[in-house]
Design a protein around this ligand. Structure first.
Ligand code: HAM
Length: 437
């Protein structure tokens, strides 16, 4: 059944109950009324992923802590403060995954995925966990959909493809005015030269920066560029930019990525201070920003060093991930109301025990024909069942009484006009199909 955009339903006042049991801080339920939006994001991910030849991968929520400690870097916010760590009874240190990329890399090696045609393109969706301070668009359990391209040369075409795949999801979901903020953070060699310059600049301005930045400049210098403190912005505005320090290979790589993005008409903005919060990146880094939203809808980059950092071998890779909650918030803000695909618009009303029994079998006939039908078998009175049909906004109700069962017929009622007609039971599925708008 085609998906329809319906006239806005009357706003229902839903009372949240204050009770002893609540979702824990930073975590949320996804209620039935929101599920169609979630389905849309998952479906768009599947469509786009499969079109570009990504295959689906699922990894466990729990992983050994060392993957993330090594992979993301011990001096990153995620590893220092945000991981949900579990000590098992056997004494193992496990972590509820704070991201997918490192876990996908683990799976790639564990299952010998390098033996198949390369690059290995994988896509995923599911929950991730970070112990962050909850605020708008920031949760402790949230979801990501993402793409990883592993085992190709460090070819800029794949950087463009990782960006494009995520961007096509955004487009498929009809989210407008999204821009890719992009930068290159070079390789180990050219980045080292830049970091020296950056350190010198921040040390010269040590009195003007916050305590955290004073710390970061010796532990994880690039992260000073992420600081949101007002006083640090002035120092940042005069900081050297990494693009001026890229070696010729990294520069050529970045130029190519931009050329490819131009070719496929993806709007970007070169943000020379974009560095990202995870240590595994090299060369291209990017984030997606929607108009009027201050938090990123997604991000990613190249991570050619991750496999070596994990002591797994040498492997070039690049990927992207979108935050599903943030994408859904933008979809909701666009104000479109979505009727669930295939929601039942036919309601079966029974009167009496025989009708209930016959009704149960009738529902199976509808199921085989792919027409969804709802009922309220637990209620006996005609009035209360009709009330449910009304609430569910059914287009047709089918009324089956003792007499109808005996005669082999059923009454079809148009819920809008109130018009009723008796139809032979053996023709009812066809009749309903004809009448459904
Ligand atoms: P990330 O930037 O940490 O990258 O997360 C990707 C996206 O997840 C963010 O842009 C945001 O939309 C969403 N997100 C992050 N934290 C939260 C939060 N606390 N609440 C709600 N949404 C959040 C990564 O995770 C990388 N693994 C992406 C990647 C894939 N790099 C290469 N391949």
């Amino acid at each position: 059944m085609a998906e329809k955009e319906a006239a806005p339903k009357k706003e229902k006042k839903v009372r949240e109950k204050k009770m002893a049991y609540q979702t824990v801080k930073g975590m949320h339920d996804i209620l039935p009324e929101e599920q169609p939006l979630w389905d849309k994001v998952r479906l768009a991910t599947k469509h786009v992923g499969e079109f570009y030849n990504f295959q689906r991968i699922d990894t466990p929520v729990l992983e050994g802590a060392d993957i993330f400690e090594r992979g993301l870097g011990t001096k990153t916010d995620i590893v220092e403060k945000e991981m949900f760590v579990i000590k098992t009874r056997g004494g193992d240190k496990l972590v509820m995954r704070p991201e997918f990329t490192s876990a996908v890399m683990r799976a790639y090696y564990q299952h010998g995925l390098s033996q198949f045609g390369q690059p290995m393109k994988l896509y995923y969706e599911g929950p991730v966990f970070r112990y962050e301070q909850p605020q708008a668009g920031r949760y402790r359990q949230f979801n990501q959909v993402g793409f990883e391209i592993l085992g190709a040369e460090s070819d800029p075409v794949y950087d463009a493809q990782a960006i494009m795949s995520a961007f096509r999801i955004i487009e498929e979901l009809k989210i407008k005015n999204v821009t890719v903020h992009i930068n290159s953070i070079g390789c180990h060699k050219c980045r080292a030269t830049y970091i020296k310059k950056l350190e010198a600049h921040y040390k010269k301005n040590a009195l003007k920066i916050c305590k955290d930045c004073k710390n970061r400049i010796s532990t994880n210098p690039l992260r000073v560029l992420d600081c949101k403190e007002e006083k640090c912005q002035l120092v940042k505005a005069e900081a050297p930019i990494i693009l001026d320090y890229l070696d010729s290979e990294c520069k050529a790589h970045f130029t190519k990525v931009l050329e490819y993005l131009d070719e496929v008409k993806i709007p970007y903005y070169i943000d020379s201070y974009l560095v990202r919060g995870l240590d595994y990146y090299n060369r291209t880094v990017f984030e997606f920003f929607g108009e009027g939203f201050s938090v990123a809808l997604g991000g990613g980059g190249r991570y050619d060093y991750l496999s070596e950092t994990l002591k797994l071998g040498k492997l070039s890779a690049v990927g992207s991930a979108l935050g599903t909650e943030r994408i859904i918030e933008v979809m909701k803000a666009s104000g479109k109301i979505i009727v669930p695909r295939g929601a039942a618009r036919v309601f079966l009303v029974h009167i009496g025990d025989e009708a209930k029994k016959r009704g149960l079998a009738l529902i199976e006939e509808f199921r085989k024909s792919g027409v969804r039908i709802n009922e309220s078998f637990g209620k006996d009175s005609l009035k209360s069942q009709m009330r449910v049909a009304d609430k569910e906004q059914a287009q047709l109700s089918l009324i089956l009484g003792q007499r109808e069962v005996f005669e082999g017929s059923i009454i079809v009622r148009d819920m809008e006009t109130g018009a009723q007609e008796s139809v032979p039971l053996e023709r009812i599925v066809e009749e309903v199909k004809k009448r459904l708008k």
